[in-house]
Design a protein around this ligand. Structure first.
Ligand code: C2E
Ligand code: CA
Ligand code: CA
Length: 433
């Protein structure tokens, strides 16, 4: 089986590479094109994690049959491993329309329900396409460019195909630079954390803070978390980045505690990938107990879309985390698709109104209406509401009128360096310290 994949019986990477090299030689001689489709199943890991590997295997077998039905006999369909497949289309007179048809058939076939063990399961496929000779002259660059285009399809929302384009090379290069920079930064400890205060709207009293990660790279300069977090997620570094963040925050809290400061609760952002790590709660509990910081002073911010991605898994994880004593905040609320009946059952304590609604809450009646609905919903569920991204006085006034109690934003405080933030907390010295 040196040339075939055991589970699906499809050609493996070795055989694919052989066929691709052979195809390139032929196409070069006859002046024809080839197309390479890099196919990755979306969120397949969730199926494996939640339903077990044997269900995952059945799904992969069925997916490979569906893929096989989309390509022609002369084409090669290979499995690279995991949930990654590649189709090599060798038709001599292949044209873009034909490639589009095949790619969209694959997207349709894979998104149809998979009846497995009396359940209907769903996945989707993201596909990246590279074409010989336009997008690469050799097998390595064709595969790499198809992979880059596949990544773009995921970024655009998955369940679709993308042709490779030259601009993607620039983006891919930036991504690689950031990825290798991240590895170095993790080793060298180039990360820092800033703290953005959360305040009570009426009194402007400090009620907590959100820890926000900062990376100032010696050669790249400051890189925004909106840029490097998705890359860390893609290249498998997010758990290390997340651990480093938690460690920095716990060390700082411990230090402040030792100085006799009255600590306020600190929120840490966690990514969906961290939450899918079944060891996350256990590892976090160990980190917290080593630090000696009381768990009830920590809150985790989890975005609405992450929570709703796989609600059963989220629910179990949240139960584990709250048992440790942590509280949970639902971040960017209003931008995902919440199952309202579920919200009620999850052990949440706070809801953050996304900045996109706060931006025009003082001027736009629609945003006002949405914000009102979110605030009322949160209160009905017994959750604290924090409006984020408050930038002006008129935002704050509108929010107070709508009954929102807490807020965060540059109007009150920019994210603060630890020293500044400690000074702000400094007003609150522990009575017994
Ligand atoms: P987020 O969790 O929604 O964080 C709020 C972002 O809004 C922060 O940007 C904050 O600096 C910014 N912000 C706060 N007030 C205002 C305001 O009044 N006006 C404007 N224009 N912006 C405001 P930042 O620090 O760049 O973080 C961006 C995103 O990166 C965060 O969004 C979060 O999703 C992610 N992130 C940051 N730190 C971490 C981390 O440690 N772990 C993970 N997984 N994600 C993080
Ligand atoms: Ca947040
Ligand atoms: Ca947010």
């Amino acid at each position: 089986m040196a040339t075939h994949d055991e589970l699906t019986g499809l050609p493996n990477r070795t055989l694919l590479t052989d066929r691709l090299k052979h195809g390139i030689t032929q196409a070069a001689r006859t002046n024809h094109k080839l197309a390479l489709l890099f196919i990755d199943l979306d969120n397949f890991k969730n199926i494996n994690d939640s339903l077990g590997h044997d269900v995952g295997d059945l799904m992969l077998k069925e997916a490979s049959l569906r893929l096989k039905a989309c390509v022609r006999d002369a084409d090669t369909l290979a499995r690279l491993g995991g949930d990654e497949f590649v189709a090599l289309l060798v038709d001599v007179d292949i044209d873009i329309e034909q490639i589009r048809n095949i790619a969209s058939r694959i997207v349709d076939f894979i998104s149809a329900s998979f009846p497995i063990r009396e359940r209907s399961l769903f996945v989707s496929a993201s596909i990246g396409i590279s074409i010989y000779p336009d997008d690469g002259q050799d097998s390595t660059s064709l595969l790499k460019n198809a992979d880059t285009a596949m990544y773009r399809a995921k970024e655009r929302g998955k369940n679709q195909y993308q042709f490779f384009a030259d601009e993607m090379k620039v983006i891919a290069l930036q991504r690689m630079t950031i990825e290798s920079g991240l590895r170095l930064a993790l080793d060298a400890g180039h990360f820092t954390v800033v703290y953005q205060p959360k305040i009570e709207l009426g009194s402007q009293r400090l009620i907590g803070a959100e820890a926000l990660l900062r990376w100032d790279d010696p050669s790249l300069g400051p890189v925004s978390p909106t840029q490097f977090i998705p890359i860390a997620e893609h290249c498998g570094l997010i758990n290390a980045v997340g651990d480093a963040t938690i460690k920095i925050v716990l060390d700082q809290m411990r230090g402040w505690y030792n100085e006799g400061l009255e600590l306020c609760p600190i929120s840490i952002n966690v990514s969906s990938h961290q939450l899918r790590n079944t060891e996350f709660a256990r590892q976090l509990a160990a980190q917290i107990s080593t630090s000696g910081v009381p768990a009830h002073l920590l809150c985790l911010e989890i975005t609405e879309s992450t929570l709703m991605q796989d609600i059963e898994i989220s629910h179990q994880m949240l139960d584990q985390l709250t048992r440790i004593g942590l509280s949970i905040s639902i971040d960017d609320f209003g931008t995902g698709y919440s199952s309202l009946s579920y919200l009620k059952r999850l052990p949440l304590s706070e809801l953050k109104v996304d900045k996109s609604f706060v931006d025009n809450v003082d001027t736009d009646p629609d945003d006002r209406a949405i914000t009102t609905a979110i605030i009322n919903l949160a209160h009905a569920l017994g959750l604290k509401v924090v409006a984020e991204g408050v930038e002006r006085e008129s935002h704050a006034e509108a929010l107070i009128t709508l009954g929102c109690e807490y807020a965060q934003g540059n109007h009150f405080h920019y994210p603060l360096y630890p020293g500044k933030f400690a000074a702000l907390m400094g007003g609150n010295h522990r009575a017994n310290a």
